[in-house]
Design a protein around this ligand. Structure first.
Ligand SMILES: Nc1ncnc2c1ncn2[C@@H]1O[C@H](COP(=O)(O)OP(=O)(O)O)[C@@H](O)[C@H]1O
Ligand SMILES: [Mg+2]
Length: 258
């Protein structure tokens, strides 16, 4: 179990609050290079907020976040642009620009980070679309895509900068089981074929047991459980059991529609 593992992200005593809402209450977490980590927990528990600290979109009020040994918390926007090349986020709901076609959506991060060569952009967009099995769909508009295809375009946009890590915020939300399966395959292929480190927030327990190398369960702004999927399955903790068996999973239906 404990072969040498390289820590890719290191969070120590991370706190976040919004007014009187103390959302993260001292998160200590290591994420290892090349693993798929699944982040579980009830709705509003701080999962999205935690992920935003890993890609530097939020700055902790206390504590530190390191990516590859470098402290990223609370850096300037220019320095953060460098971090975002390493760590991409696939946002809850995909967040595509409806007025841009697929190629423009996927190429957006490249243009943002200053790539000027249109041929290079096109080549990299094609490559990203191939990875998510959407080759040949460059001219489609988001409104003409199915829910599953929109998710894959959002994933292509996360992949296009060749990040070392991808954060997926509820990639299965609103998908039928077969489409959700295809997202799971893409997540695992990115890990196996491209060495990408994955962090996935989901409420789909089926997916958890298929994709996770490790599982973290958050509760009240702290890490309540950390272990392998097998350990989660065998837990005798009533709260975790309920969550795994779906008895308390009001979570997904309480989430904002995406
Ligand atoms: N930018 C923000 N400003 C104020 N409150 C926020 C902000 N982002 C998240 N919150 C609050 O933090 C809590 C955790 O949110 P979130 O991380 O989105 O939960 P979830 O686990 O469902 O992803 C919620 O109470 C939410 O309202
Ligand atoms: Mg969320």
């Amino acid at each position: 179990m404990s072969e040498q593992r390289e820590v890719f992200v290191k969070m120590r005593n991370v706190h976040q609050r919004f007014g009187s809402n103390h959302v993260l209450r001292g998160i200590d977490l290591d994420i290892y290079r090349g693993e798929t980590l699944v982040l579980l927990g009830g709705s509003g528990g701080g999962k999205s907020v935690l992920m935003k600290h890993i890609c530097g979109l939020l700055c902790p009020v206390e504590g530190t976040v390191e990516v590859e040994g470098e402290t990223i918390s609370c850096k300037s926007e220019r320095e953060m642009a460098e971090v975002r090349k390493k760590v991409s986020m696939m946002f809850q709901g995909g967040a595509l620009f409806d007025s841009l076609d697929v190629a423009e959506n996927v190429g957006f991060p490249l243009r943002e980070s200053g790539v000027k060569d249109e041929q290079e952009i096109r080549r990299r967009v094609e490559e990203a679309l191939e990875i998510v099995r959407l080759a040949g769909q460059m001219e489609k508009m988001p409104a003409d895509l199915s829910g599953g295809m929109r998710k894959r375009v959002a994933l292509a946009r996360a992949v296009v900068e060749k990040p070392a890590m991808i954060l997926y915020d509820e990639p299965h939300a609103g998908l039928d089981p077969i489409t959700a399966d295809s997202i799971d395959h893409l997540i695992k292929d990115l890990q196996k074929d491209h060495g990408i480190t994955n962090v996935v927030v989901t409420h789909e327990m089926r997916s958890v047991f298929r994709i996770a190398d490790r599982v973290v369960f958050m509760k009240e702004g702290e890490i309540y459980f950390e272990g392998t999927p097998a350990e989660l399955k065998e837990t005798s903790d009533p709260e975790l059991k309920n969550f795994v068996e779906g008895r308390s999973s009001r979570a997904s239906s309480w989430d904002e529609p995406v």
